[in-house]
Design a protein around this ligand. Sequence first.
Ligand code: NAG
Ligand code: NAG
Ligand code: NAG
Length: 386
Amino acid sequence: MGFVRFLVIGFLVSWVLVVGGEELMGSPPVSPPCDFPAIYNFGDSNSDTGGISAAFQPIPSPYGDNFFHKPAGRDSDGRLVIDFIAEHLQLPYLSAYLNSIGPNFQHGANFATGGSTIRRQNETIFAYGISPFSLDVQIWHYDQFKVRTSDLYNQAKQAADRSKLPRPEDFSKALYTFDIGQNDLSVAFRKMSNEQLLAAMPDIVNQLAAAVQHVYQQGGRAFWIHNTGPIGCLPVAVMYIRNPPAGFLDQYGCIKGQNDMAVEFNKQLKDRVIKLRAELPDAAITYVDVYAAKYGLISNAKNQGFVDPLKICCGHHENDVNIWCGNTANINGTEIFGASCGNPSLFISWDGVHYSQAANQWIANHVLNGSLSDPPIPIAHACHKH
Ligand SMILES: *[C@@H]1O[C@H](CO)[C@@H](O)[C@H](O)[C@H]1NC(C)=O
Ligand SMILES: *[C@@H]1O[C@H](CO)[C@@H](O)[C@H](O)[C@H]1NC(C)=O
Ligand SMILES: *[C@@H]1O[C@H](CO)[C@@H](O)[C@H](O)[C@H]1NC(C)=O
């Protein structure tokens, strides 16, 4: 299953900016940072910090090597964007809700799992690695988490019994982050025509909006919503293409038709977020253009100190033999391991599907300050409505 997951799924994927209300003339308008006590995240492998590893087969070595020095439930050599978000907000890395071994939920929880989609897919994980924990199921998990941790917290007899639980009052002060949709596109590329995908898109976007509405009804107020990345630039999307017709690839070697679908998804998502702001008057909802960050990195790889963005660090890919990162295969009597390259920090793609830690850090640096957000506020201020 791990093998298949790498092929198809894993598909993934402070300073103060002056914004704000009632500033005095002549003095910079500065609203205080939000001091988020917790982060609750929903998503796919782009932000899974151990969910699918806990529920199914653990992600193997050399995943995690470059930072955790062991597999850490993440589809990367190290940290993900969600880890850099946690660091930036001075909160601990998020424990996966599904991880029963030693989690600490005092400052939030992560409901993301590698292979997750917004919509249910009627597919087992053993086929193409699509996670059974679609966004609606992640919302069930969130509801259970909130009810059960609040019960436990309120019943606790001593402080030690509360130490790994969130304070019930923090749910309404937390930051709610979403990074999901990439696998809805990857499934559609496999099963649907472009026309069918376009017809389905409003429903996909609406189901993401429904998740936000649900969390709002549960008291959530600050939402930070990533759009989806340039899926047609993933090496795994491009590597089987031989003799593409003119215009099939863009100037960076990405599959243009796939990126066009991601762009259309993002346009509809942004429009839906604008509607959500009217529907949820007390919410601060930030739409974050992660696509622009990732495509900006890919189109400037060399200037930014990276190798060819379509090159893969981890795995063995030679002469039409593909052994995915962390897998072993017997090729003509020789055991070959899909090992890490020597210098993962120079690569954008870690395993052909997922970004390296260095790329994730670059992406985080470009999105956390709000320069790619609507409204353009830094993440530490994302509780303020505009
Ligand atoms: C899954 O199957 C159900 C029932 O047949 C159907 O209503 C739903 O549209 C299917 N979902 C997808 C994503 O194909
Ligand atoms: C395996 O051996 C066969 C027969 O010698 C050869 O044709 C083929 O190219 C080899 N495959 C690889 C990947 O080396
Ligand atoms: C945000 O950070 C990026 C990367 O360091 C930088 O290029 C950009 O100018 C910054 N934007 C703002 C508004 O500070």
